[in-house]
Design a binder for this molecule. Structure first.
Ligand SMILES: Cc1cc2nc3c(=O)[nH]c(=O)nc-3n(C[C@H](O)[C@H](O)[C@H](O)COP(=O)(O)OP(=O)(O)OC[C@H]3O[C@@H](n4cnc5c(N)ncnc54)[C@H](O)[C@@H]3O)c2cc1C
Length: 405
């Protein structure tokens, strides 16, 4: 199976970053995005961790992303009485390109899409995938408007409710992870909450896990994670800020922290989602089709790693296709390298969302129920110029010393 032309379905974090990486590796790539524009989900924000920022740097996309959002260099932890439990630096706080970054989800997609288009990658908006047809030599995406796109490989980067996943594994469904999550913004937070700078504050409340960070412009970004039965789709779709205040404020007022006042000051739209996760072991591949990002391994938001994991996917997939002797070997290598790490994240994040503590791995004292690459190994895997095939395939023939180009 020879791969030159690649169809990417989904123009979110995973799809656009993968298009950038594949183009850099020399492939012909087109992105097909359902939404007519890129401003979907402007309501939610996320943090890109240092590992995600490192992946972006490998595809030369740091300038596009550091132009938006704001950096986070430290984290403060408060208990339910408002007492400070800890203050720690976040990730690679000293490196402006690798610092954690807080940004709106829609802004990230828009920035990555603009960067892809600037590099000549075609992004077709309004192309909603209906079905996938696998042929012997090609794979074809069929869109709801009747148009089609064919390639040697189709990458499903179409998120949590992936249509591509239904083609690969019709019975796999994301499951509820035990918490629903609120996201909001306010410029009217009390002054004490606004004097923070480049720092996220996590509040371990008695009923709610709360987090907030303040942008340089003085806007407070906050989230609240609440354990319980999942919310009905109808309630999520029609809930007003007043309705969410009624639900959240009594839970937050039990504690003496800034959380309740921040939420009370939020008069604008509040976004609410049920935290969901993909079951471990969900198949990612069939024939000429592969899932990446949330479509393959969405996790509950507790570890805040979903977007960063999607960015790691993009670099490791492009390097695998670039360096392996053939596409089936590349896809196998990709899955071997990625599955332990992303499933570890699903497990740890799900455990936190369900109110547990990640089980310590014997001898390390750290939560790690499944094996995963260590930090040094991850850096090596992401490093664009290292040959991912020879360094990860014993007996591949090429000595590791020849592996940089
Ligand atoms: C509310 C919320 C908060 C989050 N907070 C964090 C955080 O703090 N840190 C973090 O790292 N991650 C966070 N995440 C997770 C993070 O957003 C995702 O893990 C990340 O965006 C994954 O990117 P993706 O491209 O795989 O999926 P998505 O960003 O969902 O992109 C999928 C894209 O596919 C398109 N699409 C869907 N169906 C079709 C179709 N049939 N045809 C064509 N296109 C289609 C969609 O329109 C979308 O643009 C959060 C997620 C949510 C929902």
């Amino acid at each position: 199976m020879d791969v030159r032309r690649i169809v990417v379905v989904g123009g979110g974090t995973a799809g656009t970053a993968t298009a950038l990486a594949l183009r850099k590796a020399g492939f012909e790539v087109g992105v097909y995005e359902a939404h007519p524009d890129s401003a979907e989900d402007i309501g939610a924000f996320l943090t890109l961790a240092s590992n995600g920022m490192r992946a972006l740097a490998q595809v030369d996309a740091s300038p596009a992303v550091t132009a938006i959002g704001f950096p986070l260099t430290g984290m403060r932890v408060l208990d339910a009485s408002g007492a400070e439990l800890a203050q720690v630096p976040l990730g690679e706080a000293g490196d402006p390109l690798l610092q954690y970054r807080c940004l709106r989800r829609g802004e990230l997609s828009t920035a990555l899409q603009a960067e892809a288009e600037r590099r000549g990658i075609r992004i077709r908006h309004g192309a909603r995938l209906a079905s996938v047809e696998e042929g012997r030599d090609t794979v074809t995406a069929r869109f709801t408007d009747g148009s089609t796109a064919s390639g040697d490989l189709l990458i499903g980067a179409d998120g949590l409710s992936s249509t591509v996943r239904r083609h690969i594994t019709p019975t796999a469904r994301p499951g509820y992870a035990g918490q629903y999550v609120f996201y909001g913004y306010t410029t009217r937070a009390p002054l004490t909450a606004r004097t923070e700078s480049a720092r996220i504050t996590m509040v371990r409340g008695s009923a709610v896990t709360f987090g907030y960070a303040v942008s340089p412009e003085g806007e407070t970004y906050w989230f609240a994670r609440v354990s319980g039965e999942q919310l009905a789709a109808d309630e999520i779709a029609h809930g007003t800020p007043a309705h969410w205040h009624d639900l959240l404020l009594p839970l937050l007022r039990k504690d003496v922290t800034p959380a309740a006042d921040i939420v009370a000051a939020t008069a604008e739209q509040i976004l609410v989602t049920n935290a969901t996760e993909i079951p471990l072991g969900t198949p990612w591949r069939s024939g000429r089709t592969l899932l990446i990002g949330d479509a393959a391994h969405a996790a509950s938001p507790a570890t805040g790693q979903g977007a960063s994991m999607a960015l790691e996917d993009s670099v490791i997939l492009a390097k695998s296709l670039r360096d392996a002797p053939d596409a089936p070997s590349a896809l196998s290598l990709y899955e071997t390298l990625r599955r332990p790490r992303v499933e570890h994240n699903i497990t740890v994040s799900g455990t936190i969302s369900r109110g547990g503590h990640p089980a310590p791995r014997p001898g390390t004292g750290q939560g790690a129920p499944a094996p995963r690459p260590g930090e040094d190994e991850l850096i090596r895997l992401l490093e664009w110029d290292s040959d991912i095939w020879t360094t990860n395939t014993p007996g591949s023939g090429k000595p590791a010393a020849d592996s940089t180009s």
